[in-house]
Design a protein around this ligand. Structure first.
Ligand code: AP5
Length: 226
């Protein structure tokens, strides 16, 4: 299964993608996580991406497309869930070309919609583990011990781009450059809009209903073709 999760910064894409990856045995391919790893390792890509990420702007399409093609090539046969990519019309068109040529189209695009006030609260309260990338929230998704990762005991940090001014810029960038993808995927008939204002478990359940419905439909088509 090949899935794309769309949604504004802080909508919960990373949180839901991690769950979907576990539940359906998919690879979680997050452009933001890959860029943060590149930065932590001090690679050329990481250095090039730094100033864009810290200011809330997007990294250039050519760098991102090359990076994500590589990640997709290495993904397991079971499939993947894309988090934060594509994010511009160019990226979506390039992705479509590559997948159409390989005859492995995207099965579903899930668009998480969340009210602006909730978004700001989610981003200001987010804490992440710099070692394993686990994501928490100071009220909504607390670690077992305050300020410490459940998985490896590392002290949790706040992402530099969760600063309020940068958040405003990221939301504006999203409106301008990413929302056109909603219409793009709607026209392809693979878009599923999901109200993601509720808690993470509720959102998870609704996404699974959509994906399980697709799997059931696919099995009946396969049976009918036998
Ligand atoms: P990226 O890392 O992709 O950031 P983003 O899209 O802005 O998304 P976030 O990671 O901020 O939010 P999320 O939706 O994953 O929310 P999360 O699950 O963490 O990109 C960072 C930067 O990299 C970009 O600004 C850009 O510069 C660059 N970049 C990346 N991809 C690019 C691309 N394709 N092209 C160009 N540049 C690119 O949740 C947020 C918080 O809310 C957490 O604390 C979580 O615990 C909590 N939470 C989640 N769900 C719920 C819920 N249902 N209820 C309550 N709390 C919740």
């Amino acid at each position: 299964m090949r899935i794309v999760l769309l949604g504004s910064p802080g909508a919960g894409k990373g949180t839901q993608c991690k769950r979907l990856a576990r539940q359906y045995g998919l690879a979680h391919l997050s452009s933001g996580d890959i860029l943060r790893q590149e930065r932590a390792q001090g690679t050329e890509l990481g250095r090039k991406a730094q100033k864009f990420m810290d200011s809330g702007a997007l990294v250039s399409d050519d760098l991102i497309i090359a990076m994500m093609k590589k990640a997709i090539d290495q993904a397991p046969k079971a499939g993947y869930v894309l988090d934060g990519f594509p994010r511009t019309s160019n990226q979506a068109i390039e992705l479509n070309k590559v997948l159409t040529a390989a005859d492995v189209p995207i099965d579903a695009v899930i668009n998480l919609t969340v009210d602006d006030a909730i978004i700001t609260d989610r981003m200001s309260g987010r804490r992440t583990c710099p070692a394993c990338g686990a994501v928490y929230h100071i009220r909504n998704l607390k670690p077992k011990k305050d300020g410490v990762c459940d998985h490896d005991g590392t002290v949790l940090v706040q992402r530099p781009d969760d600063d309020l001014e940068v958040v405003k810029k990221r939301l504006a960038t999203y409106q301008e450059q990413t929302t056109p993808l909603i219409g793009y995927y709607q026209r392809q008939g693979i878009l599923h809009e999901i109200d993601a204002n509720g808690g993470a478990d509720v959102v998870d359940q609704v996404i699974r209903q959509v994906l399980d419905g697709l799997l059931v439909g696919r099995r009946s088509v396969a049976r009918a073709q036998r």
